[in-house]
Design a protein around this ligand. Structure first.
Ligand code: AMP
Length: 279
């Protein structure tokens, strides 16, 4: 496995690769969720390139950029075990050198809601860095987790609108045995908060249960989920949404498929999760 820190070196290695390349962009502090993306990329492609870059432009000024967990040595060990060929691990100055001033931004109808409404500028930071990674690595396929459902919809839109020659592949969410979606931010949770964090999964299961019993009224389902979460003292709801998975428009009636997504603060930690009904 080769570890490269510059765009020039990545381009050089890329030019030597024949056959398809799968790209797995990450911010590091890897868990089984990330590794399932690598695993899928390994199965689909001749070469796998993973990137590790904690992207400052997708964090708001009051967010956790500085304290975002980092463990590059462990990450490299895990990536090597999964059969990664190249790890692109640039510094901030390499990705955003002096004078950098170009942004890639998907329109408001996809980015003005959900994560975009709660975290201004976040999705613009994501699309900008992902567009840059696409240019640097020039992969045939790029792998993203379904866990970040809106991010996936926004990246698909960007790739289509800008004629990017890359297939965006969605990979199912990997969960802890009790249902909590794996996330690097789970390490912030105290033992009590860790227990409380299960409320996200419980709310998604509640929605699925009602839907399987024939409930199609989205506002009733949002209300049921909201009441359940509000009974958890550590939890503060940011949003509970039932939307079209592609357009992200809120639904009145659940005509499948529907993206049920939520963002909930557990103590000081903001967690997101989602499920697709009828997908
Ligand atoms: P991050 O390092 O949080 O930026 O995530 C890098 C990629 O891993 C993104 O495409 C995420 O959607 C994906 N990912 C994060 N957590 C999970 C999970 N629990 N299951 C599947 N994919 C995930």
């Amino acid at each position: 496995m080769q570890v490269v820190t510059t765009v020039a070196e990545m381009h050089r290695l890329r030019s030597q690769m024949t056959g398809s390349v799968g790209l797995v962009p990450t911010m590091g502090y890897l868990h089984e969720g990330h590794l399932s993306l690598v695993h899928r990329a390994r199965a689909d492609n001749e070469h796998v390139v993973a990137s590790i870059f904690v992207n400052p432009t997708q964090f708001g000024p009051q967010e956790d950029y500085q304290r975002y967990p980092r463990d590059p040595e462990r990450d490299l060990r895990l990536l090597e075990q999964e059969g990664t060929d190249v790890v692109f691990m640039p510094g901030v100055e390499e990705m955003y050198p002096q004078g950098f001033d170009t942004w890639v931004e998907v329109g408001e109808s996809l980015t003005g809601r959900l994560e975009g409404a709660s975290r201004p500028g976040h999705l613009r930071g994501v699309t900008t860095v992902v567009a840059k990674l696409f240019n640097v690595v020039q992969a045939q396929r790029a792998y993203f987790g379904q866990k970040d459902g809106q991010q996936l919809a926004v990246i698909r839109r960007m790739a289509a609108d800008l004629h990017m020659d890359v297939e965006v592949v969605a990979v199912p969410t990997v969960r802890e045995p009790d249902g909590l979606a794996m996330s690097s931010r789970n390490t912030y949770l105290s033992p009590e908060e860790r227990k409380a964090s299960l409320v996200l999964w419980k709310a998604l299961c509640l929605a699925r249960g009602h839907w399987e019993n024939g409930e199609r009224d989205a506002s009733r389902l949002r209300q049921e989920m909201t009441s359940l979460i509000e009974r958890e003292p550590f939890a503060t709801i940011d949003y509970v949404s039932i939307a079209n998975p592609e357009t992200l428009e809120e639904l009145a009636e659940i005509a499948a498929p529907a993206l049920v997504s939520l963002a909930v603060r557990i103590g000081g930690t903001r967690l997101i999760d989602n499920t697709i009904l009828g997908g």
